[in-house]
Design a protein around this ligand. Structure first.
Ligand SMILES: Nc1ncnc2c1ncn2[C@@H]1O[C@H](COP(=O)(O)OP(=O)(O)O)[C@@H](O)[C@H]1O
Ligand SMILES: [Mg+2]
Length: 395
């Protein structure tokens, strides 16, 4: 048998070494590389083109199944096998949807691992051979994805957060989505998670028949096609609205939010999430799933006091490394506080500033038109385009 090229991905060194020992005991299997971080997997798959990827479910904090599904679609010659510490029906279902070929539950059984790796490879080789016979080509089709494409195609969830009302979360989230959609039309989602008082629909001039509350009442499992029906398109961004009435917010569970955001991750390159002023379970879920958290501040003492609590929460979620401090209304008359003072008090640098523009923001909200569409050249609009570019460049 032609040697089977296997890539191992597991953040736990002991587990990785154990699996390596099992696989290397078989002469037909060659472990070509090992990676210990979720972020390295795609690059290795694209470069080394392994036939089999064995990946631990917990390697990617974000979503190893999203990764599996991406590999299934874009690198079909790599067969994915998951390893998990426990059996879970839901995991099994989602793994099947992501095109995963097998799930091994620890403790691993040596013969089972070896046999399945061989079986899966043989099945794929047979399929690829019969395809290439038809095409009169001796090798299976290889989909080439350049590194740049890969970066572009890796999806990001960006949550706009700030535990103070009126700080500008919704207006920034909606205009950021428009800025993202300028560069990535129809590849940006905007999800309103202010489940009680969400006003993204108003800001984007949507009168939604279907909101996230109705979506939660769908029977059966949520699929990408179904979720897609709940999005409304505005300015190239796809928007999922908050419930019509505050009490309907209760229909939305953390699990529901997790599912919706995972589907967004598969369908869109960028998902922008607006959040309420108070921290609830669903907001926590969104924060934990985010690649970037934009923490909004303004230059006044009550806000800074409040934001310190927000920072503590993000720290406890281990989300601080992914958090960017964004100063809104940066050009307002200051009340004695300077950006540098605030940076010192909070122990964080301000990453971007958004100037004040009451005229544009008020008329934009009243008209239900994002200011980025109304006045694309205004400094406030430019600041959002810059902010998006910064997010785009972030690894
Ligand atoms: N940079 C800004 N310049 C002027 N007004 C702003 C700015 N950012 C926000 N606002 C105003 O503040 C109000 C509250 O903004 P909003 O996005 O609804 O806050 P949040 O969602 O945090 O409660 C809005 O009416 C908006 O017009
Ligand atoms: Mg809001």
């Amino acid at each position: 048998m032609k040697t089977i090229r296997v890539l191992l991905a597991d953040s736990n060194q002991e587990n990785r070494e154990y699996l390596l020992k099992i696989l290397e005991g078989d002469t037909d299997i060659d472990v070509i590389a090992e990676v210990s971080q979720g972020g390295e997997v795609l690059e290795m798959v694209a470069q080394a083109k392994p036939e089999v990827l064995i990946i631990d479910v917990s390697i990617s904090e974000q979503d190893s199944l999203g990764l599996a599904s991406y590999i299934h679609m874009h690198h079909p010659m790599t067969q994915v096998i998951l390893v998990s510490d426990y059996e879970d029906l839901n995991l099994l279902k989602r793994a099947m949807q992501a095109g995963v070929k097998e799930i091994f539950i620890r403790p691993l059984i040596i013969n089972e691992v070896i046999n399945r790796v061989k079986q899966i490879t043989q099945d794929y080789r047979k399929k690829a051979d019969s395809k290439s016979d038809n095409k009169n080509d001796s090798r299976p089709e290889v989909v080439h994805v350049s590194k740049q494409d890969m970066v572009l195609q890796t999806s990001k969830i960006v949550t706009v957060f700030g535990n103070k009302g009126g700080i500008g979360k919704s207006i920034i989230a909606s205009n950021l989505a428009v800025a993202a959609a300028l560069k990535h039309p129809n590849d940006v989602a905007l999800v309103d998670l202010d489940l009680q008082f969400g006003d993204i629909s108003l800001m984007m001039n949507i009168n939604p028949r279907k909101t996230i509350a109705e979506l939660m009442q769908e029977s059966g499992e949520l699929t990408a096609d179904l979720v897609d029906e709940y999005f409304y398109e505005r300015s190239g961004a796809k928007i999922l609205s908050a419930p019509h009435k505050p009490e309907l917010g209760e229909l939305v569970t953390s699990f529901g939010v997790e599912t919706v955001l995972k589907i967004c991750r598969q369908m869109y390159s960028y998902t922008i999430v607006d959040t309420p002023t108070f921290l609830d379970d669903t907001t926590l879920t969104a924060l934990e799933m985010s690649d970037v958290v934009l923490l909004l501040i303004s230059l006044d003492i009550p806000t800074i006091k409040n934001i310190k609590k927000g920072i503590d929460i993000l720290e406890s979620l281990k989300m601080l490394p992914r958090t960017k401090l964004i100063l809104n209304r940066s050009s307002s008359l200051s009340v004695g506080l300077e950006p540098q003072d605030v940076e010192q008090v909070l122990g964080m640098k301000i990453t971007a500033s958004i100037p004040s523009d009451f005229k544009i923001t008020v008329s934009s909200v009243n008209r239900g038109t994002p200011f980025l569409n109304m006045s694309p050249k205004a400094p406030i609009s430019r600041s959002l385009i810059d902010l998006f570019e910064m997010i785009e460049k972030e690894k």
